[in-house]
Design a protein around this ligand. Structure first.
Ligand code: PLP
Length: 428
């Protein structure tokens, strides 16, 4: 079957029990040689993908509501992205943009600066290989630009795996366990809380005059696919303005159209000072970005750089991704299909009391369950039926398909998900 033919599938097609024999063999080999720290969710061994469909090594066809963990924004192997990558690969695989003037690097920065959510203020961009590096860059720039050392993050947040990022991360203790001492001068508040920063942190722990930045996920991802309460970002913005603190929005997961707008923070009605991006930015090639207001980029020559950050091949994929999002109306598609999914999941929740909450917007949907075990059981049962979904938070499942997800696929996904929920409910 041609790759494009794969994308046409509206529903999964399993030809073996999953995992099939080839997947089991691959997994056995994998387990002998890979780091045991890798948090594999279920025994899925992908071979190729197109659009929102992925085929595993046994030839089983799955509907991908993970988008490779919110990465393949334009779908798997979008022809325009593949063509851009192939073309770039024949021209120039690498030249470090840190030490030289790589034109395609500036092309990507120009595009990102143009749609940065800074209310018209000019922007500049630093490109990285990953989300966590973008967060590290934001930490460094915040300290550099303000001359202050303290940072405030939020419980339930996830910002990545490097040392600065895991210090801000406070979603699960296991991400931090045995890695201390972590970065000093970081405190946490509660996502969506209107009092704790002022009443506890600023009163008893740290003077706001020493705080460089509040670092916050615009919409909470790994912590449960949660939207902030109404007015909370206005409150954070006002708090930051009052004390000369920078507002850093981590949009690594929520950015690039998943929210139905380019950035989720656009829907919160405020302009941050710095934005971090990653995941969907290059449809699957490694790329991250730290975008800051122009006047904050005060750091001197050599203060920050990267050998690979903004690789020409990743940059080519990013430029093609921006074009596809625009040309194919993917923000609108995310909103339209998101409505179909949200309504469908809300209906299903009424019939299945193990689902305690359905929340979200566009292709950012979180489903809470009676407890963690039920969430995991539904995730696993869905996998066995050919539906790829992923747990998050304490007791939730996230639904984050590619932005090209279609209505026929949404309808199939809902009915398979309901079968999985019913099966789990029947067994409990
Ligand atoms: N920030 C957020 C909000 C994320 O969801 C993630 C990854 O899941 C990261 C940062 C880290 O990105 P990466 O895994 O590319 O380092």
């Amino acid at each position: 079957m041609e790759l494009e033919g794969l994308a046409a599938h509206a529903r999964p097609k399993l030809i073996t029990d999953v995992p099939g024999p080839e997947a089991m063999a691959r997994i056995e080999r994998d387990r002998k040689v890979t780091s045991p720290s890798l948090p594999r969710a279920y025994p899925f061994a992908p071979r190729r993908g197109s659009g929102s469909v992925v085929e595993d090594v046994d030839g089983n066809i799955f509907l991908d509501l993970n988008a490779g963990i919110a990465v393949t924004s334009t779908g798997h192997c979008h022809p325009a992205v593949v063509e851009a990558v192939q073309r770039q690969a024949t021209q120039l695989l690498h030249y470090s943009a840190s030490d030289f003037y790589l034109p395609i690097y500036a092309d990507v920065c120009e595009r990102l600066d143009a749609f940065a959510p800074f209310g018209g203020s000019r922007a500049r961009t630093f490109l990285t290989n990953s989300g966590t590096e973008a967060v590290e860059a934001a930490i460094k720039l915040s300290r550099y630009a303000t001359g202050r050392q303290y940072l405030i993050g939020f419980y339930q947040s996830f910002h990545g795996r490097s040392m600065g990022s895991i210090t801000l991360t406070a979603s699960k203790a296991k991400y931090r366990t045995n890695f201390g001492p972590l970065m000093p001068s970081v405190y946490h508040s509660f996502y969506g809380d209107f009092d704790y920063i002022e009443q506890v942190l600023f009163k008893r722990i740290v003077s706001p005059t020493e705080v460089a930045a509040i670092v916050v996920e615009s919409w909470l991802g790994e912590g449960g696919y949660v939207l902030p309460p109404e007015g909370w970002f206005t409150y954070l913005r006002e708090l930051c303005d009052r004390h000369g603190i920078l507002l850093v929005c981590d949009e690594v997961q929520s950015g690039m159209g998943r929210s139905g707008t380019m950035w989720a923070v656009e829907q919160e009605g405020v302009s941050p000072d710095i934005v971090t991006a990653g995941k969907g930015i290059a449809s699957g090639l490694p790329l991250g970005a730290m975008i800051a207001r122009d006047d904050l980029m005060t750091w001197d020559l050599g203060a920050h750089g990267s050998t690979y950050g903004g690789s020409p091949v990743s940059c080519a994929a990013a430029l093609a991704t921006f074009d596809v999002i625009e040309r194919e109306g993917l923000l609108e598609n995310a909103r339209t299909i998101g409505e179909v999914l949200l309504e469908g999941f809300r209906d299903i929740a009424q019939r299945h009391p193990i689902i305690t909450e359905v929340r979200g917007r566009a292709l950012w949907i979180g489903l809470s369950f009676a407890d963690h075990d039920h969430a995991v059981a539904v995730e696993q049962a869905s996998f066995r039926k050919g539906l790829l979904i992923l747990g998050c938070g304490d007791d939730a499942i996230r639904i984050s398909p590619p932005l090209v997800f279609r209505e026929d696929q949404a309808i199939a996904a809902l009915s398979i998900f309901e079968e999985a929920a019913a099966e789990v409910e029947g067994a409990s």
